[in-house]
Design a protein around this ligand. Sequence first.
Ligand code: CO
Length: 214
Amino acid sequence: MSDDIKRLLENNRKWSEAIREENPDFFPTLEKQQAPPYLWIGCSDSRVPANEIVGVMPGEVFVHRNVANVVVHTDLNCLSVIQFAVEVLKVRHIIVTGHYGCGGVKASMLPAQNGLIDNWLRHIKDVYSLHQAELDGIGDERERLRRLCELNVQHQVRHVCSTAIVQNAWSRGQSLSVHGWIYGLKDGLVKDLDVTVSSPGEISPIYIYSRPGA
Ligand code: CO
């Protein structure tokens, strides 16, 4: 076995030991049931690990990550995660977390081809296009990227809220808030973008579904 892989397995043994030493019931308790109050939708970027950033142990946050934290209404993977999290786990918060300096967002601003992934990043080009006047007006390239990273999160929050899954949860009276956060690679700090949505009243009418059976 190569050393870089061996290292991971050794780390795992030490990690498991340390946790069991502190709390022998930790794994047996978790094995029986997970009841995380949060669903995290974040970027696949290796520098943005969900649990570590918010200091929670296994069992506390259900996680979906993809390139540039995009929520696409035809992506069965992301939709299945949202459905399971909302309807079965009954999470109380969905947190879309972007990050400054996102390579996916940056690539979406450039004309260079990157292969298949360009089709995924097209969703962010669409966000750019919706905010073209504001973004084109930002002279500094890094500032423009920062702003697009923020706008991308805002749009993905709206996409989460535009699903029947989230709207049906609200119709049932389930407590559910959708938040937009952005993480700074340079200082490890999360900023709340203040775009939290907790009811259908905050969604554009065209995206509102009637209650099932209504
Ligand atoms: Co990223």
